[in-house]
Design a protein around this ligand. Structure first.
Ligand SMILES: [Zn+2]
Length: 232
Protein backbone atom coordinates (compact mmCIF):
# COMPACT_ATOMS: atom_id res chain seq x y z
CA UNK A 1 0.00 0.00 0.00
CA UNK A 2 1.14 3.54 -0.76
CA UNK A 3 2.07 5.57 2.32
CA UNK A 4 -0.25 8.60 2.29
CA UNK A 5 2.01 11.42 3.50
CA UNK A 6 -0.71 14.03 2.85
CA UNK A 7 -2.81 12.65 5.71
CA UNK A 8 -0.13 13.45 8.28
CA UNK A 9 0.89 16.78 6.72
CA UNK A 10 -1.42 18.35 4.15
CA UNK A 11 1.13 21.14 3.51
CA UNK A 12 3.70 18.84 1.89
CA UNK A 13 4.08 19.93 -1.72
CA UNK A 14 6.56 17.34 -2.96
CA UNK A 15 8.31 14.11 -2.03
CA UNK A 16 10.67 11.53 -3.42
CA UNK A 17 9.43 7.98 -3.88
CA UNK A 18 10.16 4.64 -5.51
CA UNK A 19 7.95 3.31 -8.30
CA UNK A 20 6.23 0.13 -7.10
CA UNK A 21 3.97 -0.53 -10.10
CA UNK A 22 3.26 1.00 -13.46
CA UNK A 23 1.03 0.37 -16.43
CA UNK A 24 -0.70 2.03 -19.31
CA UNK A 25 -1.00 5.63 -18.16
CA UNK A 26 -0.53 5.16 -14.42
CA UNK A 27 2.16 4.89 -11.77
CA UNK A 28 2.09 3.68 -8.17
CA UNK A 29 4.80 4.64 -5.69
CA UNK A 30 5.77 3.67 -2.13
CA UNK A 31 4.74 7.08 -0.70
CA UNK A 32 2.96 10.15 -2.03
CA UNK A 33 1.81 13.69 -1.32
CA UNK A 34 -0.97 13.39 -3.96
CA UNK A 35 -4.51 13.28 -2.57
CA UNK A 36 -6.73 10.76 -4.40
CA UNK A 37 -10.30 11.74 -5.33
CA UNK A 38 -12.60 11.10 -2.39
CA UNK A 39 -15.03 12.66 0.06
CA UNK A 40 -16.04 15.26 -2.52
CA UNK A 41 -12.46 16.53 -2.89
CA UNK A 42 -10.80 16.21 -6.33
CA UNK A 43 -7.63 14.19 -6.90
CA UNK A 44 -4.40 16.18 -7.10
CA UNK A 45 -2.61 17.06 -10.31
CA UNK A 46 1.08 17.85 -10.72
CA UNK A 47 4.34 16.48 -12.06
CA UNK A 48 6.42 13.34 -11.90
CA UNK A 49 10.12 13.50 -12.73
CA UNK A 50 13.02 11.10 -12.69
CA UNK A 51 16.49 10.81 -14.11
CA UNK A 52 15.91 11.26 -17.84
CA UNK A 53 12.13 11.67 -17.78
CA UNK A 54 9.16 13.80 -16.81
CA UNK A 55 5.40 13.37 -17.00
CA UNK A 56 2.25 15.33 -16.04
CA UNK A 57 -0.02 13.75 -13.45
CA UNK A 58 -3.53 14.63 -14.59
CA UNK A 59 -5.47 13.01 -11.74
CA UNK A 60 -5.06 10.83 -8.66
CA UNK A 61 -7.52 8.04 -7.91
CA UNK A 62 -7.95 4.94 -5.81
CA UNK A 63 -7.75 2.05 -8.29
CA UNK A 64 -8.13 -1.49 -6.93
CA UNK A 65 -7.84 -0.15 -3.38
CA UNK A 66 -4.55 1.71 -3.76
CA UNK A 67 -3.47 5.15 -4.97
CA UNK A 68 -2.79 5.49 -8.71
CA UNK A 69 -1.24 8.59 -10.30
CA UNK A 70 -2.81 8.96 -13.73
CA UNK A 71 -0.46 10.27 -16.41
CA UNK A 72 -1.17 12.42 -19.46
CA UNK A 73 -1.85 10.48 -22.66
CA UNK A 74 1.35 9.49 -24.43
CA UNK A 75 3.61 10.17 -21.43
CA UNK A 76 6.67 8.00 -20.90
CA UNK A 77 6.38 5.84 -17.79
CA UNK A 78 9.23 5.10 -15.34
CA UNK A 79 9.91 1.43 -14.67
CA UNK A 80 9.43 -0.27 -11.29
CA UNK A 81 12.26 0.57 -8.89
CA UNK A 82 12.91 4.04 -10.36
CA UNK A 83 13.48 6.86 -7.87
CA UNK A 84 11.06 9.69 -8.72
CA UNK A 85 10.13 13.16 -7.49
CA UNK A 86 6.44 14.01 -7.17
CA UNK A 87 5.20 17.60 -6.93
CA UNK A 88 1.57 18.67 -6.66
CA UNK A 89 0.04 21.75 -8.30
CA UNK A 90 0.11 23.58 -5.01
CA UNK A 91 -2.08 26.59 -5.85
CA UNK A 92 -4.93 24.32 -6.91
CA UNK A 93 -4.56 22.02 -3.89
CA UNK A 94 -4.33 24.95 -1.46
CA UNK A 95 -7.66 26.23 -2.79
CA UNK A 96 -9.09 22.75 -2.22
CA UNK A 97 -7.83 22.95 1.38
CA UNK A 98 -9.40 26.38 1.86
CA UNK A 99 -12.67 25.18 0.33
CA UNK A 100 -12.68 21.93 2.29
CA UNK A 101 -12.11 23.73 5.59
CA UNK A 102 -14.79 26.29 4.65
CA UNK A 103 -17.21 23.38 4.05
CA UNK A 104 -16.74 22.22 7.63
CA UNK A 105 -17.48 25.77 8.79
CA UNK A 106 -20.61 25.92 6.63
CA UNK A 107 -21.78 22.60 8.09
CA UNK A 108 -21.33 24.01 11.58
CA UNK A 109 -23.37 27.13 10.75
CA UNK A 110 -26.24 25.28 9.03
CA UNK A 111 -26.98 22.51 11.49
CA UNK A 112 -28.91 20.24 9.13
CA UNK A 113 -28.01 16.78 7.84
CA UNK A 114 -25.65 16.96 4.87
CA UNK A 115 -26.72 14.78 1.93
CA UNK A 116 -23.93 15.56 -0.51
CA UNK A 117 -21.15 17.90 -1.47
CA UNK A 118 -18.48 18.70 -3.96
CA UNK A 119 -15.27 20.73 -3.86
CA UNK A 120 -13.40 22.43 -6.67
CA UNK A 121 -10.84 25.22 -6.78
CA UNK A 122 -13.45 27.63 -8.20
CA UNK A 123 -16.70 26.70 -6.49
CA UNK A 124 -17.89 24.25 -3.88
CA UNK A 125 -21.27 23.13 -2.63
CA UNK A 126 -22.96 21.34 0.21
CA UNK A 127 -26.46 19.85 -0.01
CA UNK A 128 -28.56 20.05 3.12
CA UNK A 129 -31.66 18.08 4.05
CA UNK A 130 -33.72 21.13 5.00
CA UNK A 131 -37.02 22.79 4.15
CA UNK A 132 -36.24 26.22 5.61
CA UNK A 133 -34.93 28.93 3.34
CA UNK A 134 -31.31 30.01 3.77
CA UNK A 135 -30.54 33.52 5.01
CA UNK A 136 -27.48 34.11 2.81
CA UNK A 137 -26.39 37.25 4.62
CA UNK A 138 -26.59 35.66 8.09
CA UNK A 139 -24.76 32.53 6.93
CA UNK A 140 -22.10 34.63 5.20
CA UNK A 141 -21.60 36.72 8.34
CA UNK A 142 -21.33 33.60 10.52
CA UNK A 143 -18.74 32.10 8.17
CA UNK A 144 -16.71 35.32 8.11
CA UNK A 145 -16.76 35.42 11.91
CA UNK A 146 -15.43 31.84 12.19
CA UNK A 147 -12.62 32.76 9.79
CA UNK A 148 -11.74 35.91 11.75
CA UNK A 149 -11.80 34.02 15.06
CA UNK A 150 -8.92 31.90 13.74
CA UNK A 151 -9.82 28.49 15.20
CA UNK A 152 -7.09 25.85 15.24
CA UNK A 153 -7.65 22.86 12.92
CA UNK A 154 -6.12 19.48 13.66
CA UNK A 155 -6.44 15.80 12.81
CA UNK A 156 -5.94 12.80 15.01
CA UNK A 157 -6.41 9.07 14.76
CA UNK A 158 -8.55 7.20 17.23
CA UNK A 159 -9.33 3.49 17.54
CA UNK A 160 -12.88 2.19 17.87
CA UNK A 161 -12.02 1.06 21.42
CA UNK A 162 -10.89 4.57 22.38
CA UNK A 163 -14.05 5.93 20.83
CA UNK A 164 -16.21 3.48 22.78
CA UNK A 165 -14.47 4.60 25.98
CA UNK A 166 -15.42 8.21 25.24
CA UNK A 167 -19.11 8.18 24.25
CA UNK A 168 -19.28 11.95 24.82
CA UNK A 169 -16.94 12.33 21.84
CA UNK A 170 -19.41 10.62 19.52
CA UNK A 171 -22.23 12.77 20.88
CA UNK A 172 -20.36 15.93 19.95
CA UNK A 173 -19.61 14.75 16.42
CA UNK A 174 -21.60 16.19 13.56
CA UNK A 175 -21.25 12.92 11.61
CA UNK A 176 -21.08 9.43 13.09
CA UNK A 177 -17.79 7.63 12.41
CA UNK A 178 -17.72 4.57 10.13
CA UNK A 179 -17.26 1.28 11.95
CA UNK A 180 -15.30 -1.84 11.12
CA UNK A 181 -12.36 -0.17 9.40
CA UNK A 182 -9.97 0.00 12.36
CA UNK A 183 -8.62 3.45 13.17
CA UNK A 184 -10.78 6.49 12.48
CA UNK A 185 -9.36 9.86 11.43
CA UNK A 186 -10.99 12.75 13.25
CA UNK A 187 -10.93 16.33 12.06
CA UNK A 188 -11.32 18.91 14.80
CA UNK A 189 -11.88 22.62 14.37
CA UNK A 190 -11.44 23.79 17.92
CA UNK A 191 -14.77 24.76 19.40
CA UNK A 192 -16.53 24.48 16.03
CA UNK A 193 -16.59 21.01 14.50
CA UNK A 194 -15.55 17.45 15.21
CA UNK A 195 -16.17 14.68 12.71
CA UNK A 196 -14.51 11.80 10.88
CA UNK A 197 -12.88 13.06 7.68
CA UNK A 198 -10.06 11.90 5.40
CA UNK A 199 -9.51 15.08 3.38
CA UNK A 200 -6.82 17.74 3.44
CA UNK A 201 -7.45 20.79 5.64
CA UNK A 202 -5.79 24.03 6.70
CA UNK A 203 -4.01 24.57 10.03
CA UNK A 204 -6.34 27.35 11.07
CA UNK A 205 -9.61 28.86 9.90
CA UNK A 206 -7.97 32.25 9.26
CA UNK A 207 -6.31 30.75 6.17
CA UNK A 208 -9.75 30.24 4.58
CA UNK A 209 -9.66 33.96 3.83
CA UNK A 210 -12.43 35.74 1.96
CA UNK A 211 -15.30 33.35 1.37
CA UNK A 212 -18.66 34.25 -0.16
CA UNK A 213 -22.00 32.46 -0.22
CA UNK A 214 -23.11 31.98 -3.81
CA UNK A 215 -26.38 30.69 -5.21
CA UNK A 216 -28.71 28.75 -2.95
CA UNK A 217 -30.55 26.23 -5.10
CA UNK A 218 -33.73 24.43 -4.21
CA UNK A 219 -33.25 20.79 -5.14
CA UNK A 220 -36.58 19.26 -4.24
CA UNK A 221 -38.87 20.19 -1.36
CA UNK A 222 -36.40 19.13 1.30
CA UNK A 223 -33.01 19.84 -0.17
CA UNK A 224 -31.05 23.09 -0.32
CA UNK A 225 -27.80 23.32 -2.24
CA UNK A 226 -25.51 26.06 -0.89
CA UNK A 227 -22.64 27.19 -3.14
CA UNK A 228 -19.54 28.97 -1.85
CA UNK A 229 -16.74 30.86 -3.59
CA UNK A 230 -13.31 32.09 -2.56
CA UNK A 231 -13.10 35.81 -3.22
CA UNK A 232 -9.57 36.01 -4.63
ZN1 LIG B 1 -12.73 17.40 6.07
Amino acid sequence: MTKDLFREDSYLRSCTAIVTACGDGFVRVDQTVFYPLGGGQPGDTGSLSWDGGKARITDTRYVDGDIAHLLEIGASVPVVGTSVELAIDWERRYRHMRMHTAMHLLGSVLLYPVTGGNISAEKSRLDFDMEDSVDKEAVGDALARLVTEDHAVSCRWITEEELDAQPELVRTMSVQPPRGKGAIRLLEIEGVDLQPCGGTHLRSTAEVGAVRIGKVEKKGRQNRRVNIHLDD
